[in-house]
Write a protein that binds this ligand. Structure first.
Ligand SMILES: Cc1ncc(COP(=O)(O)O)c(C=O)c1O
Length: 400
């Protein structure tokens, strides 16, 4: 090949490689997406970085985090201080953060991890506790239908040396869990018991921010009873990516090793740490207003006769529209047909820092309209005892 030929060949290769990801309508599409996010009640993971967040984040340092990137190290030091732990580690996701925490605590099976049956580690981490740590999970149903108590845990925890069982080495708690706040005095009772049995305590604090914002209890106090805590930046706080695991120096040293092993050692992540720092400074203070908006939604729905099945203690409301004769499907469908559509799942409604108040008003109006239509079409409230139609005192049934 001549010099000219190789240059041609190289130019052709470069031509095949290049790719412009931005569409012609990108700016408008992004704006539309922001509007959709303001009307999505699906999750707080839909929150997106703002221009201001990115403007701040691109100023972060440019190091390689496998070799201790300066902005990320600074963020980790802040997180350790904020939570009163010795050390912290930036993680790509909440799932990896929980799984590496468990993996770092657990050394040699047989062993078990006890948690609430609704816990993220039990239901939504693809069986990672068994896969990564070879641990048996003991999912417990809280007797009060809200949070685990020490007595619930004592009924199921495995201690002693019976060969047939896998001793419990970690008790895992999630706070908030489905938006509800775990009473701190109960956490303290559980942790005192755990310590007496040499059992470690891990907190999935993906949304612990909401507890601190709502109760005014400092994070340090909230997480003091735990040996390790995972906190997420990319949910209610609105950062694009990232979580942080905090704990003792020894635990975090081990976790850093496992993060590399899991393929989670990242390179130039200053921009992610910068986004997280921005979220801590500017978005955390907004959570109080987010909770107030969630309560407005709860009150609006309750006033229509809808059953509230999970109170808006922070950013989530769980509801059942059956008492007004309406189904989740009808609400989602009607919401999706509005000129500015609403995005809805079923029983869970999540309010986040980018939810607009207009979206909350529109959702309440959709349910009101549907309930009125049902009533006009012949649905009447009826005592459940007369009809035996479920758990409601007041429900709608079709007129004979
Ligand atoms: C309570 C809780 N923990 C952990 C996670 C996992 O976070 P990620 O999606 O970043 O893996 C989630 C995700 O929504 C969550 O809700």
């Amino acid at each position: 090949m001549t010099g000219a030929d190789i240059n041609d060949a190289r130019a052709q290769v470069a031509n095949l490689v290049k790719f412009d990801i931005l569409t012609e309508t990108q700016v408008d599409d992004n704006e539309k997406q922001r509007q959709q996010i303001a009307r999505s009640f699906i999750s707080d993971t839909v929150t997106v970085p703002t221009r201001e967040m990115y403007e701040y984040a691109v100023l972060a340092s440019l190091g390689d985090d496998v070799y201790q990137e300066p902005s990320t190290i600074a963020l980790e030091a802040h997180m350790a201080k904020l939570t009163g732990k010795e050390a912290a580690l930036f993680m790509p996701s909440g799932t990896m953060s929980n799984q590496i925490a468990l993996r770092s605590h657990l050394k040699q099976p047989p062993y078990s991890v006890l948690c609430d049956y609704r816990a993220h580690i039990n239901k939504y981490e693809a069986g990672g506790t068994a896969f990564h740590s070879g641990a048996h999970t003991i999912p417990v149903i809280p007797s009060n239908a809200h949070h685990l108590t020490l007595e619930d845990i004592q009924n199921f925890v495995v201690t002693g040396s019976d060969l047939h069982s896998a001793p419990t080495e970690v008790i895992e708690i999630e706070n908030t869990l489905n938006g509800s706040i775990f009473p701190q005095d109960e956490i303290i009772r559980i942790s005192e018991y755990a310590r007496s049995q040499d059992i470690k305590m891990h907190l999935d604090g993906a949304r612990i921010w909401h507890v601190a914002a709502e109760t005014g209890i400092p994070l340090k106090e909230l997480v003091d009873p735990f040996d390790s805590v995972s906190l997420c930046f990319s949910k209610g706080l609105g950062a694009p990516v990232g979580s942080c695991l905090v704990g003792s120096k020894a635990l975090i040293t081990r976790a850093r090793w496992f993060r590399k092993l899991f393929g989670g050692g990242m390179r130039q992540i200053g921009i992610l740490s910068g986004s997280a720092a921005y979220a801590l400074t500017y978005n955390f203070p907004k959570l109080v207003a987010v909770h107030a908006l969630a309560r407005k939604l709860e009150q609006g729905l309750a006033a229509l006769g809808v059953e509230i099945t999970g109170a808006a203690e922070t950013c989530m409301v769980f509801y059942d529209p059956e008492p007004v004769g309406v189904t989740y499907g009808e609400i989602a469908e009607r919401g999706s047909k509005l000129p500015n559509p609403l995005q809805l799942g079923a029983s869970r409604l999540v309010v986040h820092l980018q939810t607009s108040e207009a979206a909350v008003d529109d959702l309440i109006n959709v349910v009101r309209e549907l309930a009125e239509e049902k009533k006009a079409a012949g649905f009447v409230r009826q005592e459940k005892s007369e009809q035996g139609l479920g758990k409601y005192k007041d429900i709608y049934v079709r007129k004979p």
